[in-house]
Design a protein around this ligand. Structure first.
Ligand SMILES: C[S@@+](CC[C@H](N)C(=O)[O-])C[C@H]1O[C@@H](n2cnc3c(N)ncnc32)[C@H](O)[C@@H]1O
Length: 287
């Protein structure tokens, strides 16, 4: 039997979906409840129903609440081993293509994008790469596009960068203005920033590399399946998919379309056509 809280959360999420088209209905329930309880306390609402009433009548509040329902924690070159592996993939595999499409899905405030753009520049492929940086949070996308970060974050960025076999000095990528590091705008020259939801939108281009880190952890199994299905459809054969340190294709029905390229860094490669398992219909191979 559902608890009263569960029913109220269901109704809240349904209301937000029907009124604002933000669909959090299949996010991890534990995560959503934790965040909604926090919002409820901050807004001094006695119940989720009261919270729902406030949100449905105040679009500005919805924008604020979106920032609580989507976590914006990022770091440049977060988990440096992942970026070191990507450096190898970029120089040894992606360099064989004349143009390279890269999708940073759930890009947040842009740290992952700039890390990748730096790798492509250092491997001499900047001009061949086209980046698509997508997210459902407008404010995060605006910050990603600005590429400006507080100076007190630079130490962590640089420490991570040092472990990725760097080719330049990290300080060559930004200038300091009033306690902020403004990243070289040429790094985002080949980037399209736009609103795209892994819950409700579809594939928009063929990709050579998809990096979607620390997003699937907020989804329940059905949503993870949907997102991984999108990635599988979007990737070219032999294209690469990178996930976050706590994410994997384990148990995904789409796992059979991929090989584990670098297990420890959660990097997968889509199989070539001849490697794919053939679907069987009543004991016969369907061609
Ligand atoms: C923790 S951040 C990760 C940012 C970045 N990928 C990284 O690892 O640094 C999670 C991001 O996923 C985004 N997100 C959440 N739900 C999403 C959805 N349905 N479609 C696309 N992005 C989503 C959030 O807005 C947030 O920016």
């Amino acid at each position: 039997m559902s608890t009263r809280e569960d029913i109220e959360v269901d109704l809240f999420l349904e209301g937000v979906y029907r009124h604002y088209h933000y669909d959090f209905r299949n996010y991890s329930r534990t995560f959503i409840k934790r965040r909604l309880n926090l919002i409820k306390t901050l807004l001094q609402c006695e119940s989720f129903s009261m919270l729902q009433h406030q949100i449905l009548h105040d679009p500005h509040l919805m924008t604020k609440i979106l920032n609580y329902l989507t976590i914006q924690v990022g770091d440049m070159f977060r988990d440096p081993g992942y970026f070191l592996s990507l450096r190898h993939i970029i120089s040894s595999y992606l360099s064989t293509y004349s143009s390279i499409k890269v999708w940073i899905a759930g890009c947040g405030t842009g740290e992952e994008l700039y890390s990748l753009a730096i790798l492509f520049r250092e491997e001499g492929l900047e001009s061949r790469a086209q980046f698509f940086a997508t997210d459902i949070n407008f404010e995060a996308l605006k910050r990603a596009e600005a590429g400006i970060y507080a100076v007190d974050r630079l130490e962590s960025f640089e420490n991570n960068y040092r472990h990725t076999d760097p080719k330049h000095s990290f300080s060559s990528y930004y200038t300091i203005k009033n306690n902020y590091a403004v990243f070289d705008s040429a790094l985002k020259e080949n980037t399209v920033f736009y609103n795209h939801s892994l819950v409700s939108d579809s594939v928009f281009a063929e990709m050579h590399l998809i990096s979607c880190r620390n997003v699937l952890i907020y989804f329940d199994n059905s949503l993870q399946e949907r997102a991984i299905g999108l990635f599988s459809d979007a990737l070219i054969r032999k294209g690469f998919l990178g996930l976050g340190a706590k994410e994997s294709l384990y148990l995904s029905p789409h796992a059979g379309n991929f090989t584990e390229f670098q297990r420890k860094d959660r990097i997968y490669q889509k199989m070539a056509l001849q490697e794919l398992p053939l679907p069987r219909v009543r004991g016969h191979i369907k061609l």
